[in-house]
Design a protein around this ligand. Structure first.
Ligand SMILES: *[C@@H]1O[C@H](CO)[C@@H](O)[C@H](O)[C@H]1NC(C)=O
Ligand SMILES: *[C@@H]1O[C@H](CO)[C@@H](O)[C@H](O)[C@H]1NC(C)=O
Ligand SMILES: *[C@@H]1O[C@H](CO)[C@@H](O)[C@H](O)[C@H]1NC(C)=O
Ligand SMILES: *[C@@H]1O[C@H](CO)[C@@H](O)[C@H](O)[C@H]1NC(C)=O
Ligand SMILES: CC(=O)N[C@H]1CO[C@H](CO)[C@@H](O)[C@@H]1O
Length: 435
């Protein structure tokens, strides 16, 4: 068991505006403490200016904010405990909008009475436990109606808070790394700017082992080959009107274990495949924003470890297979996963069978959008011929190697070009391009 989440606790860091004026903007160094982490609140280091306690939830029957019974002992004493170590720290209570499409949040925002119930109870809960601020988290609008309701809600929340005669609460929001939620949907940036004190951007989990079949930097600060990186996201937010002094970068201190197809190819961009563990991880992806901090590590190290987050996982493979996979690169052959081939051939369906050779059956395979890999191989609709060497064939790894070598050298108009192979457990498969 590799432990992916060491502590669920994450680190946020303010991007300073490059201001030459005399205004004394101070850095926000905030930490996010997640109740499920079991990280003791008394051990949270004192380096922070702000600390978030996460999460309060939305009751979907009366739309009030509530704290789970199991979290209540920690969240109710959070402010008191952390202030014992650091009296000047400011605490905020983070409220979770629901699962992937934030159903709880959007159900709440759809009616005035529900919004009122939420707003009143959020302020009451914050005051009750001594929090000086509230945070809205995990909210991803995906319809125009959602967006309108979200705007209305934000305005009402802020107005209500401002109408309190005594010191008002800080309001913050946790948002996606980029203001664009998809090609057409964008956060209500103007409303956000006007009403929130700052926004912390989720600048991690750009790629996950459960969703990507090659290793990628899940928290890249800069990546010229893609738009999934923090540099791009921040620029987009600023371009859309969020001032730099309202941006806090949410950095993860967690990595992922990728199962490498070939342990020798362990650079960013190497083929990898999903494992049960990573499936587990996927199921828990709601929680994946709950990242991690090793308290005493410096910012520099945090940055470096975000980039170098590829953890090599021990994979037991015979030397013959390793050698074969190694050669694949030199010959420009692709190492396919058995699951990919299974999917492309409709689980080696009899309907896909196009022949039977001496060594075993040959199938026609068709790529689909999920089988497509980083290099676009086996992409949507691409046809391949799959030669599955029969399980009873005596051919060992060495013979298979020879066959791969021979096939890869054959370049003839009448011969199908070898594209790659798959060698996994007892399976030995050759993949040819279809003409
Ligand atoms: C949610 O609200 C309902 C209706 O007021 C109440 O019965 C229930 O106990 C609440 N649930 C929680 C977890 O607070
Ligand atoms: C707290 O309650 C919410 C809503 O019922 C639930 O989704 C969440 O998993 C609970 N969290 C914990 C840590 O029990
Ligand atoms: C908000 O979006 C959710 C999820 O797409 C949808 O089910 C819901 O009906 C929407 N609510 C409104 C008010 O548009
Ligand atoms: C602020 O005022 C409200 C009423 O307007 C009150 O309920 C609350 O306790 C006050 N909070 C503080 C921190 O004084
Ligand atoms: C993006 C991609 O190709 N994902 C696939 C990776 O492999 C797993 C299982 O092998 C598939 O379920 C994914 O669809």
């Amino acid at each position: 068991m590799s432990s992916k989440r060491l502590f669920s606790f994450f680190f946020l860091l303010l991007v300073l505006p490059f201001s030459s004026s005399s205004d004394t903007t101070s850095w926000i160094k905030s930490g996010f403490w997640y109740a499920g982490s079991e990280f003791p609140t008394s051990e949270i280091p004192t380096m922070y200016t702000h600390l978030y306690a996460a999460f309060a939830h939305i009751n979907t029957s009366n739309f009030e904010v509530f704290i789970n019974n199991s979290d209540e002992p920690y969240i109710s004493t959070f402010t008191k405990t952390v202030k014992q170590n650091n009296p000047s720290v400011i605490t905020l209570l983070s409220i979770w909008g629901g699962s992937d499409e934030s159903p709880d949040f959007f159900a709440m925002t759809s009616e005035f009475s529900r919004r009122k119930s939420f707003i009143t109870s959020s302020i009451k809960t914050a005051r009750l436990y001594g929090f000086q601020g509230l945070d809205l988290n995990g909210v991803y609008p995906n319809t125009a109606a959602n967006m309108t309701n979200m705007r209305t809600f934000i305005e009402e929340w802020r107005t209500t808070i401002n109408s309190e005669s005594n010191n008002s609460l800080i309001l913050t929001m946790g948002a996606y790394y980029s203001p664009m939620l998809d090609q057409s949907m964008k956060y209500p940036v103007e409303t956000i700017v006007r009403n929130f004190d700052w926004v912390h951007l989720r600048s991690y989990d750009y790629y996950l082992p459960s969703k990507n079949n090659v290793t990628r930097a899940h928290s890249a600060l800069y990546d010229p080959s893609s738009t999934r990186n923090t540099d791009y996201g921040i620029k987009e937010w600023i371009k859309n009107g969020l001032p730099a002094n309202k941006i806090v970068i949410g950095l993860a201190y967690h990595g992922y274990a990728w199962t490498l197809v070939n342990p020798n190819h362990n650079m960013v961009g190497s083929p990898a495949r999903a494992s049960d563990e990573e499936e587990e991880d996927h199921r828990g992806s709601k929680r994946s924003l709950l990242a991690i901090l090793l308290p005493t590590i410096t910012i520099t190290i945090i940055v470096i470890s975000s980039i170098l987050c590829i953890l090599k996982k021990k994979t037991v493979r015979s030397e013959g297979i390793e050698e074969l996979n190694e050669k694949a690169i030199g010959r420009n052959l692709k190492v396919f996963s058995f699951d990919q081939i299974k999917e492309a051939t409709n689980n080696f369906s009899i309907k896909n069978k196009i022949g039977e050779g001496g060594y075993g059956p040959v199938y026609k395979g068709i790529g689909n959008s999920t089988s497509r890999d980083f290099w676009g191989r086996l992409s949507d609709g691409q046809e391949i011929a799959v030669k599955r060497l029969s399980e009873c064939s005596k051919q060992g790894v060495e013979e298979f190697q020879n066959e791969v070598s021979l096939a890869s050298k054959l370049q003839h108009v009448n011969v199908l070009q070898l594209q790659g192979f798959c060698i996994e457990k007892e399976e030995k498969i050759l993949i040819y391009e279809c003409l």
